[in-house]
Ligand binder design. Structure first.
Ligand code: GLN
Length: 547
C-alpha cells in the first residue's frame, strides 16, 4: 500500500510549496523509495495551456503532451522521473470527469452531489497515481492556501483518505513566518491562524514547514508546537536559500525524511544525499562566471516575474553551467527595447556585447518579434553563440531568410497573412484555429527527431541517430523555402521524418548557432544537463577564452 503525503499552504501563496513538495520527494527517493507526485491547481481550466504566462508563469509540457503547471517541471527535475497527465489535477478536470460520468449513467441514477462525488473522483484519481506510477509515496500538493473556497474539496478528499486509512496518510502545512521590520522578531501568529483554518475543515497537520527569512529557533518551534498541536521536532525550519537545490539538504538538517518515515513506521532503505550535497555546493557561486543573455517578451518591468515564465530555461542554463563548473549569470533583455527608433542599435550593442551566449526562448504573438529578430541578427553577425528555442528557431529562420537570402518580406503566418511565409501554420492546425479549438490542440509532447550525421547537434547528442524531444507549437518551417536557405548555408540537421517537419536548424559557418522547434529545456535535469545547453555553454566558454 502506498503512502500519501498531502502538502497544503497557509498564510500566503508563493512561499515555495511546489519546491518544498519536490524536495520532500527527493529526500524520500534518496532513502530508496519510489516517489510520485500530483499537482492540484484548484482553478476551472482543464489545463494550463490557455493561460497567459504573465498570469500563470511557464506552461510546462509532459511527454504525453499535457500542458500543466510549472511545479510538474519541478517534480520532474527533483525526482528525476517523467510524469504524465494523471499527475496533474484541476477542478475543471475533476468536474468534467464527474459530469461525463453522469451523462453516461455512471452513477446509476443517483443524485450526483458536489460534496460526495467530487471528492470520490479526486480520491480515485490520487490512488490511481500510486498504482500507475508504482509509487511507495505519492505527494499531493494542493494549490492555493487553506481557507480558499476553490481547494476545499481537495482538502476534503485528503481528510476522507486519512479517515479511511490513518496510517497511510499525512498532512503537511507550508506556512510563512514574517519578521516585520519594526519588530525585528519572527512572528508565529499567522501560522497559528492558518492551522486553525485547516482544523476547521477537520484536518490537523502532522508537520509544519515553516518558511521564513532565517532559521526558526527553538522557542518559536515550541510555540508553534503548542499552539498548532504538532510535535516540536515536526516543525521543520525552511529559511530562504540561494538556490532551490539547497532545500532537500536544508530539510535534512531537521531530519525531515526520517521523521516522515517514523510517522509511517517505516525504515530507510538506503541513504544517499551525496549527489544533492555536491549539487548544492556547486550552486554556491565560487566558480567563474558565465553570462547568458535571454531576450524575451514578458519582462516589461525589469526582471520582475520573468524567471517564472521561463523557469525551465533558467534551470536548464543552470544545470549546464554547473556541469561545466561555471556560475551562470542570466541577463534578461526586453526585445521591445530593440524596436525603438534611433536607440535600437545602441541598446543591442550595450546589452549583447556583455553576453557569452544568447537564448531566445519560446513565445507567442507578434509583440517584440522584430526586436528578437534584431537580437538574433546581432548574434549571427557577431558570432555570439546562439540557441533559439521553438519561437527562437522560427525567428532565426525569418532573420536568415531576410538578411542572408534576400527574402525581404519573410515572416510567419502567426502574425501575417501575406508576405513570404517561411514559417507557416501546420496543416492539421488550420481547421482547429478556424473553429476556435484552442485547448490542448497544439503539437504537444514528445516526438521523434532524426539527426543528420556529422552535424553539430548530432555530435552534441552523442552521435545518436534520433532523439525524443518535447513540443508545444502550431507553426512550422515551410519546406518550400528549404532549398533557398540550404543554398545559403543553413543545415536542417533535425527532422521529424514521419511528418516531414523541420526540428533543428544550424549554421555551420558560425561557432554555435542552433535553433530547435522543440523545447530541450523541458528535459534538462540537475543531474542530467541537456546536451544542447551544455553545448551552448561550451561554445560560450570558448568565445570567452578567445576574447
Ligand atoms: N508561437 C510559435 C508556434 O506556435 C512558437 C511556440 C513556442 O515557442 N512554444 O509555433
Amino acid at each position: 500500500m502506498a503512502k500519501f503525503i498531502f502538502v497544503a499552504g497557509g498564510v500566503m501563496s508563493g512561499v515555495g510549496k511546489g519546491i518544498a513538495t519536490a524536495s520532500i520527494g527527493a529526500i524520500l527517493k534518496s532513502k530508496g523509495f519510489r516517489v510520485s507526485a500530483i499537482k492540484i491547481d484548484p482553478y476551472l481550466n482543464m489545463d494550463a495551456g490557455t493561460m497567459n504566462p504573465v498570469e500563470h508563469g511557464e506552461v510546462f509540457v509532459t511527454d504525453d503532451g499535457t500542458e500543466c503547471d510549472q511545479d510538474i517541471g519541478n517534480y520532474e527535475r527533483f525526482l528525476d522521473r517523467n510524469l504524465s497527465t494523471i499527475n496533474y489535477l484541476t477542478n475543471g478536470r475533476v468536474y468534467h470527469a464527474v459530469i461525463e460520468k453522469e451523462r453516461q449513467l455512471g452513477y446509476n441514477g443517483e443524485t450526483v452531489e458536489v460534496g460526495v462525488h467530487v471528492p470520490e473522483e479526486i480520491i480515485s484519481r490520487i490512488k490511481n497515481v500510486a498504482v500507475h506510477d508504482k509509487a511507495d509515496f505519492v505527494l499531493v500538493e494542493i494549490g492555493g492556501t487553506v481557507g480558499d473556497y476553490q481547494n476545499m474539496l481537495f482538502l476534503e478528499a485528503g481528510r476522507l483518505m486519512k479517515l479511511a486509512s490513518s496510517n497511510d496518510v499525512l498532512f503537511m502545512l507550508v506556512t510563512y513566518l514574517p519578521v516585520p521590520r519594526m519588530l525585528g522578531e519572527m512572528k508565529t501568529k499567522p501560522t497559528q491562524h492558518a492551522v486553525r483554518a485547516l482544523n476547521s475543515v477537520g484536518i490537523s497537520p502532522d508537520f509544519i514547514i515553516a518558511r521564513s527569512e532565517a532559521l526558526v529557533d527553538a522557542p518559536r518551534k515550541r510555540k508553534i508546537s503548542i499552539f498548532c498541536n504538532v510535535a516540536p521536532e515536526n516543525v521543520i525550519s525552511s529559511p530562504d536559500v540561494s538556490s532551490v537545490y539547497d532545500i532537500p539538504v536544508q530539510f535534512e538538517e531537521d531530519q525531515l525524511g526520517n521523521r516522515i518515515l517514523k510517522k509511517f513506521r517505516m525504515k530507510e532503505r538506503s541513504k544517499d544525499m551525496k549527489e544533492w550535497r555536491k549539487l548544492s555546493a556547486k550552486t554556491k557561486g565560487k566558480n567563474p562566471e558565465i553570462v547568458i543573455g535571454v531576450v524575451g517578451k514578458y519582462i516589461v518591468s525589469g526582471d520582475f516575474a520573468l524567471p517564472d515564465s521561463y523557469i525551465s530555461v533558467v534551470e536548464a542554463v543552470r544545470h549546464a553551467s554547473w556541469a561545466k563548473n561555471r556560475t551562470p549569470r542570466i541577463l534578461w533583455f526586453s526585445a521591445e527595447e530593440y524596436e525603438k527608433k534611433g536607440t535600437a542599435l545602441k541598446s543591442l550593442h550595450r546589452d549583447l556585447k556583455q553576453c557569452d551566449c544568447v537564448i531566445v526562448p519560446g513565445g507567442f504573438g507578434e509583440r517584440g518579434t522584430e526586436g528578437k529578430i534584431r537580437a538574433i541578427s546581432y548574434c549571427r553577425v557577431n558570432k555570439i553563440p546562439y540557441l533559439g528555442l521553438c519561437f527562437g528557431m522560427q525567428l532565426a529562420i525569418i532573420e536568415y531568410a531576410r538578411n542572408v537570402c534576400g527574402i525581404a518580406r519573410a515572416t510567419s503566418r502567426e502574425f501575417s497573412k501575406t508576405g513570404d511565409l517561411v514559417i507557416d501554420v501546420m496543416e492539421d492546425q488550420k481547421a482547429l484555429l478556424e473553429t476556435k479549438k484552442y485547448g490542448a490542440t497544439m503539437r504537444l509532447g514528445s516526438y521523434m527527431c532524426s539527426l543528420q550525421k556529422g552535424s553539430l547537434v548530432w555530435k552534441l547528442y552523442n552521435k545518436q541517430s534520433a532523439v525524443q524531444e518535447r513540443h508545444r507549437h502550431r507553426y512550422e518551417f515551410n519546406n518550400a523555402y528549404k532549398e533557398i536557405l540550404e543554398a545559403k548555408g543553413v543545415v536542417f540537421s533535425g527532422a521529424n521524418t514521419e511528418r516531414n517537419l523541420v526540428e533543428i536548424m544550424e549554421i555551420p559557418s558560425h561557432p554555435f548557432f542552433v535553433g530547435t522547434q522543440f523545447h530541450p529545456e523541458l528535459l534538462s535535469r540537475p543531474f542530467h544537463p541537456h546536451p544542447l545547453f551544455t553545448g551552448l555553454v561550451d561554445a560560450a566558454l570558448k568565445r570567452k577564452k578567445k576574447h
